[in-house]
Design a protein around this ligand. Structure first.
Ligand SMILES: Cc1cc2nc3c(=O)[nH]c(=O)nc-3n(C[C@H](O)[C@H](O)[C@H](O)COP(=O)(O)O)c2cc1C
Length: 165
């Protein structure tokens, strides 16, 4: 059974939305059922039914823009219900070293509080997908890689939990 993976984002100028689309393509390439939505167009009620949750926002002052934080704050409603789900993070920033890694790490930290599982990678940006401004070909690859990786792990865990049931 395919993993259901949510790719949720905030984007004011379109850069992060474009990166989210690449992440969603990666989910599809890995055989997952993707739900691609902005935070404005969804609610935390989607989260419990997903096997993987990938969140993204622009880097603002070295941290995720506030709509992502507000969404995560709402997710307290599902504390202990997201335990064991697979998480991933992405961001876009104006500067190459403008706080994009701290942004990704902040998102992953929030996921860890939920008991979610986070996998790094040796092949690409280690912590999550990052684009500087509008995503270029490399950023597109990073995004797809993130989507594929979260989906594959989520599918593996789902299959093993169903086998154990
Ligand atoms: C309030 C604000 C704060 C920002 N802070 C940073 C920052 O700390 N570092 C950085 O590199 N870019 C920063 N930026 C630039 C955005 O991260 C960047 O333009 C991003 O790609 C915008 O994404 P969007 O097109 O999806 O809205 C900031 C932009 C705004 C509006």
């Amino acid at each position: 059974m395919a993993a259901k993976v949510a790719v949720l984002y905030y984007s004011k100028g379109g850069n992060t939305q474009k990166l989210a689309e690449h992440v969603a393509r990666g989910v599809e390439k890995a055989g997952g059922d993707v739900v691609l939505r902005s935070f404005e167009d969804t609610s935390v009620d989607l989260l419990p039914e997903c096997d993987g949750i990938i969140l993204g926002a622009p880097t603002y002052f070295g941290l995720p823009a506030s709509p992502l934080q507000a969404f995560v704050d709402e997710s307290i409603k599902y504390m202990r219900k997201l335990d064991g789900k697979v998480g991933g993070a992405f961001t876009t920033s104006a500067r190459r070293a403008g706080g994009n890694e701290t942004t990704v790490m902040a998102i992953l930290q929030m996921m860890l509080v939920h008991g979610m599982i986070v996998q790094g990678t040796t092949e690409m940006d280690h912590y999550g997908a990052v684009a500087i401004g509008e995503p270029d070909a490399l950023a597109a690859e990073q995004g797809e890689h993130l989507g594929m990786r979260v989906t594959k792990l989520a599918a593996t865990l789902k299959a093993s939990s169903q086998g154990a049931a």
